[in-house]
Write a protein of this length. Structure first.
Ligand code: ATP
Ligand code: SF4
Ligand code: MG
Length: 353
C-alpha cells in the first residue's frame, strides 16, 4: 500500500471556558470541531478536503501536523503511531509532514529575505550542507523546484518585493526544504489572485509527481477539487460525510450535502482562472442558496448533523449517527440512505436535490 499518513477516529474538542452555564458549574461545554474523522493519504496523490467555513478542515490539518494533540483517535505515519513531545520520533514526524498555509504574507517574516527563510529551513532539517557553495546549490535547487528561476533573482528579495504567487511558492519551497513526504496545504490559493491560482495548483500537482508526495489540499471550493485532486473527502460540521475518487464524488455525489455543495459551486472557470474568472474577487464568498446554516458545534444536532438542512431526512437521521456505507468504486457516504443498498441505489439519487 502507498498509504503514508493515516488518521483513525480522530476528534478535537475545544473546551469553552466562558458562558453563564460554566459560571454556575454547569456541564463543561466544548466546540466539537472535529469528530471521529478517519482518512488516508497516499504517496503521489492529491487528496482534497472540502467543506464550508467552520466545518473543521483546518483543525484536521493542524491535528495531522501535530500542532496540537487530538482529543481522541490515532495518527499513523508509515503505519507507526505518531508520537508527540520533544523526542526524536516527533522531530522526524514534523520533518516528514509539512504544512503550507493560506496566507503566505503571514507565514513569511517581512524583515527577512528569501535566502534567510530557506537557509534556516534547510539548517533545521540538516540539509544546508557545509555552507558556501553547497548551501547555494541547495537553495537554487529548492527555488528551481517551485519554478522561481534564476534563483539569483529571488534569493535576496524580501517578501513584500514578491507577488502573492511568488510568496506562496517560497512558502512551498520552505516546506520542501525538509524533504517531506506529506504536504498539508490549507487553502493554498484562496488568498491569491484568480489569474495565478492555476499556476500554483499546477505546481503542487507537478511536485506530487516528481517527489512522490502525498498532498492534502484543503479548500471550500469543490470545483477546484475536481480539477486538481485524485481523491475528494467532504466534511460537514466536524464530520467526514463522503469520500471517493474526485471524478466520482463530483459527478455522482452520494451524500445530500455534497450535492448541495456542488449545486452552489462557483463556475469552474472562475476557479481555474479561465475567461469567466477575470475580474472576480480573489476570495470566494460562502454561498448558501439552499438556505440554512451549519449547526452550532457546541451542541451539534444529534444523529446526522446535516438533518436540519437535509431534504431527504428520515426519522432515524434525527437520533442515530450514520456510519460509512460503501458504494461502488471506493466511494462511500455517511448517510442512512445507503443503509440497504436495494432500498435506494446510488444511481436513482444522482439527480441533485
Ligand atoms: P474555514 O473554511 O473558515 O477555514 P475550517 O473548516 O478550516 O473553516 P476550522 O478552522 O477547523 O474550520 O474550525 C472548526 C470549528 O472549530 C469552528 O467552529 C471554529 O470556531 C472552532 N475552532 C477552531 N480552532 C479553535 C480553537 N483554537 N479554539 C476554539 N475553537 C476553535
Ligand atoms: Fe440526510 Fe439522513 Fe442522509 Fe443525513 S443521514 S444526509 S439527514 S438522509
Ligand atoms: Mg480553515
Amino acid at each position: 500500500e502507498r498509504v503514508v499518513l493515516e488518521a483513525r477516529g480522530m476528534s478535537k474538542h475545544f473546551p469553552v471556558r466562558r458562558g453563564p452555564r460554566s459560571l454556575f458549574g454547569g456541564p463543561r461545554r466544548a466546540v466539537h470541531a472535529v469528530d471521529d474523522v478517519s482518512l488516508r493519504l497516499r504517496r503521489g496523490t492529491v487528496t482534497a478536503l472540502v467543506g464550508e467555513s467552520g466545518s473543521g478542515k483546518s483543525t484536521v490539518a493542524r491535528l495531522l501536523a501535530q500542532l496540537y494533540p487530538a482529543t481522541s483517535g490515532e495518527i499513523l505515519l508509515d503505519g507507526k503511531p505518531a508520537r508527540a513531545g520533544r523526542g526524536r520520533a516527533f522531530r522526524a514526524y514534523c520533518r516528514h509532514v509539512q504544512m503550507v498555509f493560506q496566507d503566505p504574507f503571514a507565514s513569511l517574516n517581512p524583515v527577512h529575505t528569501v535566502r534567510y527563510h530557506l537557509t534556516r529551513a534547510l539548517r533545521i532539517h540538516g540539509r544546508a550542507g557545509n555552507g558556501g557553495q553547497e548551501t547555494e546549490r541547495a537553495l537554487a535547487e529548492l527555488l528551481g523546484r517551485v519554478q522561481l528561476t534564476p534563483a539569483g533573482r529571488y534569493l535576496d528579495a524580501f517578501p513584500h518585493e514578491l507577488s502573492g504567487g511568488q510568496r506562496q511558492r517560497v512558502a512551498i519551497a520552505r516546506a520542501l526544504a525538509a524533504d517531506p513526504r506529506v504536504l498539508l496545504a490549507d487553502e493554498p490559493v484562496s488568498m491569491l489572485d484568480v489569474s495565478i491560482r492555476l499556476g500554483v495548483l499546477n505546481l503542487l500537482r507537478d511536485l506530487k509527481e516528481r517527489l512522490d508526495l502525498a498532498i492534502l489540499y484543503i479548500t471550500h471550493d469543490i470545483a477546484s477539487a475536481r480539477y486538481f485532486a485524485d481523491t475528494t473527502l467532504v466534511m460537514y460540521a466536524g464530520r467526514m460525510v463522503e469520500g471517493g475518487d474526485s471524478e466520482t464524488v463530483t459527478q455522482r455525489p452520494a451524500h445530500p450535502y455534497t450535492r448541495l455543495l456542488l449545486a452552489s459551486a462557483p463556475d469552474p472557470d472562475r476557479v481555474t482562472g479561465g475567461p469567466a474568472g477575470q475580474g472576480a474577487e480573489a476570495e470566494d464568498e460562502d454561498v448558501d442558496p439552499a438556505g440554512g446554516e451549519p449547526p452550532s458545534l457546541i451542541s451539534p444536532p444529534p444523529g446526522c448533523r446535516f438533518h436540519p438542512r437535509c431534504p431527504m431526512a428520515m426519522e432515524r437521521c434525527r437520533t442515530r449517527t450514520p456510519p460509512r456505507f460503501d458504494l461502488d468504486d471506493g466511494q462511500w457516504a455517511a448517510c442512512w440512505l445507503y443503509d440497504t443498498p436495494a432500498a435506494v441505489p446510488a444511481a436513482e439519487t444522482r439527480g441533485g436535490i
